[in-house]
Design a protein around this ligand. Structure first.
Ligand SMILES: [Fe+2]
Ligand SMILES: [Fe+2]
Length: 184
């Protein structure tokens, strides 16, 4: 099904831009965490970076028939300071997506009858809620100069749902099977 509405298409491009930046930003912050003695927080950034890639890919795929150049305006968080501040930036970015951006984008896609866009926004909104919790938990430890524990982190390759310790039998957001989850 191809997109019919310009506003939903604009929101997809903006969300694609935001997710693409988050993907890179989390890899930069992962490298910084690892260099500064927080390998597990580094791994958390890498896992969530992958989830943001999943979101960017999903949005891009919905836009597949919109061929050609576009100027993209998207929110991005900047700064590379210390682990606690970087985690604050990560948390703030996720909360912006959860409270402001995705609910509006999702309602617009729903109102305009854009089913594929609606699904892509729903997946991202749902996954970001887990990301915000994981970043907050990591920051509480980093404030005490502690790393997170070394339990595995699993990411759904369809919707970006992210969970520690063990992947669920079925993804609670999109229903994909456990063995497809990517391990970090
Ligand atoms: Fe996220
Ligand atoms: Fe999923």
């Amino acid at each position: 099904m191809s997109l019919k509405n310009a506003m939903t298409a604009d929101f997809l491009r903006s969300a694609y831009g935001g997710e693409s930046m988050a993907h890179i930003r989390y890899l930069v912050w992962a490298e910084s965490a690892e260099k500064n003695g927080f390998p597990n927080i580094g791994r958390l950034f890498r896992a969530i970076s992958y989830a943001e890639w999943v979101h960017a890919r999903n949005h891009f795929n919905v836009l597949k028939d919109q061929v050609g150049d576009a100027t993209v305006a998207a929110g991005g968080v900047f700064g590379l300071t210390n682990i606690v501040e970087n985690l604050q930036g990560a948390f703030d970015g996720e909360v912006h997506e959860i409270d402001q951006m995705y609910p509006v984008y999702l309602e617009t896609a729903r109102f305009q009858g854009e089913k594929d866009a609606e699904r892509s926004f729903h997946y991202a909104l749902s996954a970001e809620k887990e990301h915000a919790k994981l970043f907050k938990k990591a920051q509480d430890l980093a404030k005490q100069d502690k790393d997170t524990d070394n339990s595995k982190i699993y990411v759904c390759p369809i919707c970006g749902f992210t969970v520690e310790e063990e992947a669920p039998e079925k993804c609670p957001i999109c229903g994909v099977k456990k063995d497809l989850f990517k391990e970090f």
